[in-house]
Ligand binder design. Structure first.
Ligand code: ADP
Ligand code: MG
Length: 730
């Protein structure tokens, strides 16, 4: 049985070791400890590329064995090999020489240990090993490995791969056939092994094909669990009632459209129609709108908000930061003009009001905004997530628009829905292009729309890498370019990774990229990233002397942030020296140049996002990625990639590829991250798509999975407590 205690199956000592090392308790836990790879002859070749201190396991034959050194302090030197490749093993001390008897030339074994170097030769010191054949034939090992692929498990110093392997063997021998949560019909259609066959073949495959088939089936189950949970969420959401907010002739939306100074792009119109239709239904809309920076999402959202107000409801627009909330409120106010002067002299008859709610509002203004929200005078309420979640009550909240939601997960969306008596419609906007599979997984409870074209007349952004260490002249030229733009009446950003206040995490306004940059990069040995507070005086006394510079970062008071943004937008500041606080949404069309300092510290998508701040007006934008890394190929590759294309989707893909898989799902999904061990969001697109289709069918026929208890158990194992609660509530 899968839920049998390990101690009853593999013996108390091994069970204890496995529990201590990996927290395993049941046979299921053990069998879920998948081999990292299957060892074969020929792998010794890769030893030359192994790094010192790596813990390795190799299959090899003993070539020579010799006892050397003084008799009082002898050492046993063994050379093992595979084809032309050789590796030295060394055992020190008199108590080691007995091994000469078992490590006879010709014996084959698995050797595990840390790679070291001695006299320029790679060697394993005191490796652990198990022999596969030879004079001192270890019977279990021989049985296990004879003619088979050898599973190499994630192991520890105290629990070696063959200990795990033996335990798995024992468990599989007495394991009853494992029941399959998936119908035979679905398995046949999707070409999947049964769960029983897959579990066995995962650990002891006959050949590589069978191992691949096992991995595929087990990865399928991971995909299926997630997709079933999401399908259930979609189903539940669809079963919820919502107040329809139909478009009203002669209402705000009509007035807005009539006054719009530009024509909508085809994409804006198409998505707009879809949203208009969904808002008019009696089930809540749950839509994700993605589109490049500047593709015009805000206009789409505003039109949805106006339709909601026309339908008697209110809309909340949630931004991730106060800077953005303030900017959104100003943008909406400008776009709406007299339509936002409800109740004021000179306001239009149909007009409503936009209320801004930030923590920094003076008490009176804040009270007024809260009253307007609660009483319904404000058709649109703009604020940060936190503020609106905590403090505001609405007369009739009909639509929640979440801007730049990228960093928030399913749970946060649930909290918002709770604000209205009847579940509101939800529109999530993101400018960070999300690869399809990630969208299907992380945002799988939302329907997705994409704005793929930019409004006409958008000037292109040119991007160059400035290798400051190799070519100091280019850095001078960077500052010169900024002076030129300012002289021409334009503005610039200088972006730094750090604020420059204290050395802790709060010194960063965003998480910097976490790439798997191999050894030698040695972040710890590098100087700390440049900081706003150091760079600003350096520039104002040096290359940008005489220009009007101002800082912007997360440690400023909200009032200061707001004032700085207003001053910059009004052209009273020439150069904003900022952190990533400007990353999302900041919209100052007159800003044309951006220099990103220590650009290698930022992520690919982050850089793409940042440079979207320039070139928003009619003037071409210029983005200069300044770096002084020399010789870190992958960091330079990333910067070159950003410079080479402005296709956000391509860059997002690249970003996902270079990061560790788990990083992709983000912190909000950390619970799920541990569960997705075989599934790759990048490689398994076909599998995820197929699982999604099957999951939708199954849930359509059996929404609560009452007839599929095993599938229900799989889902339960995936969703965390919050989500389970959500599922129960509905
Ligand atoms: P996003 O939110 O997707 O980054 P915005 O909605 O902020 O993009 O739009 C960027 C800029 O383009 C804004 O100044 C907006 O007024 C303008 N804009 C939006 N749609 C159009 C359009 N169809 N034609 C011309 N300009 C547009
Ligand atoms: Mg925007």
């Amino acid at each position: 049985m899968l839920d049998s205690k390990l101690a009853d199956t593999v013996g108390g000592r091994t069970a204890k070791a496995l529990e201590k090392a990996f927290g395993m308790q049941t046979v299921a836990d053990l069998l879920a400890h998948y081999p990292r790879r299957m060892a074969e002859r020929g792998e010794l070749t890769e030893l030359s590329s192994l790094r010192v201190d790596d813990d390795v396991t190799v299959v090899a034959d003993v070539r020579t064995t010799a006892v050397k050194g003084p008799p009082a302090n002898p050492r046993l030197e063994v050379v093992v090999g595979d084809g032309p490749d050789k590796l030295h093993l060394v055992f020190f001390g008199r108590r080691s020489t007995w091994r000469k008897n078992e490590l006879q030339p010709g014996a084959r074994g698995l050797f595990s240990g840390k790679v070291g170097v001695f006299n320029g030769t790679r060697q394993l010191v005191h490796p652990e090993y198990v022999l596969l054949r030879g004079d001192s034939l270890d019977e279990t090992a021989a049985d296990v490995y004879a003619g088979r692929l050898i599973p190499i498990y994630p192991a520890t110093q105290s629990v070696r791969t063959w200990v795990i392997s033996n335990a798995v063997q024992q468990a599989l021998q007495v394991l009853d056939p494992v029941p399959d949560p998936l119908d035979a019909e679905v398995r046949a259609r999707r070409g999947l092994l049964s769960l029983d066959a897959a579990l066995r073949a995962m650990h002891e495959p006959d050949d590589r094909e069978q191992w691949a088939a096992a991995r595929r089936r087990l990865a399928w189950d991971e995909a299926m669990g997630v997709q079933l949970a999401l399908a259930q969420r979609r189903w539940l959401a669809g079963a919820n009632p919502a107040v329809p907010r139909r478009r009203r002739r002669g209402g705000l939306l009509d007035a807005f459209d009539a006054a719009l100074p530009f024509t909508l792009t085809a994409g804006q119109r198409e998505v707009g129609d879809l949203v208009a239709d969904e808002l008019g239904r009696d089930h809540p809309m749950h839509r994700l709108l993605q589109g490049e920076v500047g593709s015009g999402k805000t206009v789409v959202a505003l039109r949805a908000m106006l339709q909601t107000v026309d339908g008697g409801g209110q809309a909340a627009l949630l931004a991730p930061t106060e800077v953005l909330a303030g900017q959104h409120a100003r943008t909406l106010d400008t776009l709406l003009g007299p339509l936002a002067r409800g109740g004021e002299l000179g306001g239009s008859e149909t007009a409503t009001r936009v209320a801004l709610l930030t923590g920094s509002l003076p008490a009176a203004a804040r009270k007024r905004a809260l009253l307007d929200a609660a009483g319904g005078a404000a058709g649109i309420v703009v604020g940060t997530h936190a503020l609106i979640q905590q403090h505001v009550s609405f007369a009739d909240l009909g639509l929640v628009v979440v801007d730049e939601q990228h960093r928030f997960g399913v749970e946060q969306r649930d909290a918002l829905r709770g604000k209205a008596t009847t579940p509101p419609h939800v529109l999530v906007m993101t400018a960070t292009p999300i690869p399809r599979t990630v969208a299907m997984t992380v945002f799988g409870d939302l329907e997705t729309s994409t704005l793929s074209e930019l409004p006409a007349g958008r000037a292109p952004i040119a991007t160059s890498v400035v290798p400051a260490a190799e070519k100091p002249g280019w850095l001078d030229r960077t500052w010169q370019r900024i002076r030129e733009e300012v002289a021409a009446g334009r503005q610039a950003y200088v972006v730094c990774p750090r604020i420059g206040e204290g050395g802790d995490l709060a010194d960063f306004d965003a998480e910097l990229a976490d790439y798997d940059d191999g050894e030698g990069v040695g972040d710890r040995q590098r100087r700390p990233p440049l900081a706003v507070k150091e760079v600003l005086p350096m520039l104002s006394e040096g290359p940008l002397a005489g220009l009007r510079l101002a800082p912007l970062h997360g440690r400023l008071t909200p009032e200061d942030k707001d004032r700085t943004m207003v001053d910059f937008a009004a052209g009273r500041i020439d150069v904003l020296v900022a952190t990533t606080v400007i990353e999302v949404g900041v919209d100052v069309p007159n800003a044309t140049v951006m220099a990103v300092l220590d650009a290698d510290r930022f992520g690919i998508s982050q850089l793409h996002q940042l440079r979207g701040r320039v070139g928003r007006g009619g003037h071409p934008g210029l983005c200069l990625l300044v770096t002084d890394v020399v010789g870190d190929a992958s960091a330079r590759e990333r910067l070159d990639a950003v410079a080479a294309t402005t296709d956000g989707f391509e860059l997002a893909r690249l970003d996902v590829q270079q990061r560790r898989e788990g990083d992709v799902l983000g912190a909000a999904q950390s619970g799920r991250r541990r569960q997705l061990r075989l599934l790759s969001l990048l490689r398994d697109e076909d599998l995820i798509t197929a699982a999604r289709a099957e999951a939708s069918d199954i849930v359509a026929a059996d929404p609560t999975l009452a007839e599929h208890p095993l599938l229900a158990a799989q889902v339960a194992a995936l969703v965390n407590d919050d989500q389970a609660e959500y599922l129960e509530k509905a």
